[in-house]
Design a protein around this ligand. Structure first.
Ligand SMILES: C[S@@+](CC[C@H](N)C(=O)[O-])C[C@H]1O[C@@H](n2cnc3c(N)ncnc32)[C@H](O)[C@@H]1O
Length: 281
C-alpha cells in the first residue's frame, strides 16, 4: 500500500507515534539557491513542424508545462533540524534514516545528525557517483551526491547484505571466471547513471533520483512488513522502490505538482491520498 500525503512534512511527522517507522529515506532540497524546475515537451512528426530531424522529417514540439519547487533557504539547518529530530523520534528501535544531499549542505547536516542520533549511530556516508551533464572547467566537475546513513541503535539495525544487487569487478581477469560471473557486493561508492532524460523511468519532475539507488536501500535496509517513509517525496521514487519490493510506504510532499506526478506514476496500484487539514482558527 502506498499512502500519499499533500502538506508540510513537519506537522505530518508531529502526529506520528514514537517508534512507528522502520526505514526513512529523505532527499530534501539541496539549497542550490534557485527554483528547481523542469519543462516537459512532446515532439511529434508533423509535415508543418518547425524542426527538421533525421531523414529530413519535420517535427512539432509542444510545451506540456513546467514543474518545480523552491530551493533557496536563508537558514537551511533551521528548516531541516526540527524535521530530523522528528525522524529520530518516529524511528523504531532497529530503524534507519537515509539523508540524500550534496556538497553544499552535507557537512553541516552530518554534524547536526551526530548531535541528534549520537556519533556511534552514524554508519556510512554513501557516495552516489555519476557522470552526466555540463562539466566545470575551472575546478573538478562535481558529479556525486552524498547519502548519510544513521541507525536508531548503534549496533542493532537491518543490513541484509545478501539482498543487494551485485556489481561487476573492475579487473575480472584477476579473480577467475566464477567470481567474475557472480560479481561483488557494492562498497560505499555507488556508480549509477542518472535518470535518463529520454528513458522510461523519467517522470518529468525535477531532481528525480534513480530507482536503482533506492531499490538497493529498500532491499538491504528493510524487511517485508516494515513501514517505510519519505517525507520529501517529489516524484515518489522511494515509494516506487518500496512498492516494487512489497513494502508499505508513506510519501509526503507539500507541492501539489509532486502529488500529481506521483498519482500518475502509481496509476493502477493501491494508493491512499490525504491532504493537510486547514487549521481550525
Ligand atoms: C529533491 S526533491 C525530492 C525528489 C525525489 N527524491 C524524487 O526522486 O523525485 C525535494 C522535495 O521536497 C519537497 N518539499 C520541500 N519542502 C517541503 C516541506 N516542508 N514539506 C514537504 N515537502 C517538502 C519539494 O516539493 C520537493 O518535491
Amino acid at each position: 500500500m502506498i499512502r500519499i500525503h499533500l502538506g508540510d512534512n513537519l506537522p505530518y511527522l508531529a502526529q506520528l507515534a514514537d517508534a512507528s517507522v522502520d526505514l526513512i529515506y529523505i532527499d530534501p532540497p539541496f539549497n542550490t539557491g534557485k527554483v528547481q524546475s523542469r519543462t516537459q515537451v512532446r515532439t511529434e512528426a508533423d509535415p508543418d513542424g518547425d524542426r527538421v530531424g533525421f531523414g529530413g522529417r519535420t517535427y512539432r514540439t509542444t510545451r506540456l508545462g513546467t514543474r518545480g519547487y523552491d530551493d533557496a533557504f536563508d537558514d537551511y539547518l533551521g528548516f531541516l533540524v526540527p524535521r530530523l529530530e522528528q525522524a529520530h523520534r518516529v524511528l523504531s528501535p532497529c530503524g534507519s534514516l537515509f539523508v540524500h544531499l550534496d556538497y553544499r549542505e552535507v557537512h553541516y547536516v552530518k554534524v547536526a545528525l551526530d548531535t541528534i542520533f549520537g556519533r556511534d549511530c552514524f554508519q556510512n556516508e554513501i557516495v552516489w557517483a555519476y557522470d552526466y551533464g555540463a562539466r566545470a572547467t575551472k575546478k573538478w566537475p562535481a558529479k556525486h551526491d552524498n547519502i548519510l546513513w544513521y541507525s536508531r541503535h548503534a549496533e542493532d539495525y537491518v543490513f541484509n547484505r545478501d539482498a543487494s544487487d551485485r556489481i561487476a569487478y573492475m579487473a575480472p581477469a584477476l579473480v577467475g571466471a566464477d567470481k567474475a560471473a557472480r560479481g561483488k557486493t557494492p562498497t560505499d561508492t555507488w556508480w549509477h547513471t542518472i535518470v535518463s532524460p529520454t528513458g522510461k523511468e523519467k517522470t518529468g519532475y525535477p531532481t528525480q533520483k534513480p530507482l536503482g539507488i533506492l531499490e538497493r536501500i529498500v532491499k538491504v535496509h528493510s524487511n517485508v512488513g516494515d513501514r517505510l517513509l519519505d517525507f520529501f517525496a517529489g516524484s515518489g521514487t522511494f515509494g516506487d522502490a518500496a512498492d516494487r519490493c512489497g513494502r508499505d510506504v508513506a510519501l509526503v510532499d507539500n507541492n501539489p505538482e509532486a502529488v500529481q506526478v506521483m498519482a500518475q506514476r502509481f496509476a493502477g496500484r493501491v494508493v491512499e491520498h490525504s491532504a493537510a487539514r486547514p487549521s481550525a482558527s
